[in-house]
Design a protein around this ligand. Structure first.
Ligand code: FES
Length: 152
């Protein structure tokens, strides 16, 4: 889309054309577009004089980057220490089972996307799940299931 192309160019123009710009640039693009589209990866590679493979290689190393658009309902599960010790793994597993997607994916019908996050800074509420920017504290797998059913 021309306006997206325009915003992408505006972001690129703020960054020096060297490798140190790579991560902040990818973060900035993801913040603006919510994911890293193939065209964005290609534009970053061209701007920094890197190969697209180089850019993918770095981006896929970090769990924070997404390569598909987020779903209608974006589910984020905290995997920080406080949430982890209180069973966030079980919550993540049960969400994966009921939506059919792994972290970093979007369901085929575009309804759900799933992401793992390091810490939301709400550790007193652990384990924490955030759906569409709403924070749900002291979650359990059954409570999360109920929430997903409501969104289906
Ligand atoms: S560890 Fe989950 S909110 Fe901090």
């Amino acid at each position: 889309m021309p306006s997206e192309q325009h915003s992408l160019e505006a972001i690129l123009s703020q960054y020096a054309q060297n490798r140190d710009s790579l991560i902040p640039l990818l973060q900035d693009i993801q913040e603006q577009f919510q994911y890293l589209a193939p065209e964005a990866i290609a534009a970053v590679a061209a701007h920094l004089n890197l190969s697209e493979n180089d850019v993918y290689g770095v981006a896929t190393f970090y769990a924070q980057f997404r390569f598909v658009p987020p779903g209608l309902h974006h589910i984020r599960v905290c995997e920080g220490t406080a949430c982890h010790v209180r069973g966030s793994d079980r919550i993540l597993e049960s969400i994966s089972r009921s939506t059919g997607i792994a972290p970093g994916q979007t369901s085929e019908d575009g309804k759900f996307s799933l992401e793992r996050v390091a810490c939301f800074g709400s550790c007193a509420l652990a384990p924490v799940v955030v759906v569409d920017d709403k924070v749900y504290g002291r979650m359990t797998a059954p409570k999360t299931q109920k929430l997903i059913e409501e969104k289906k």
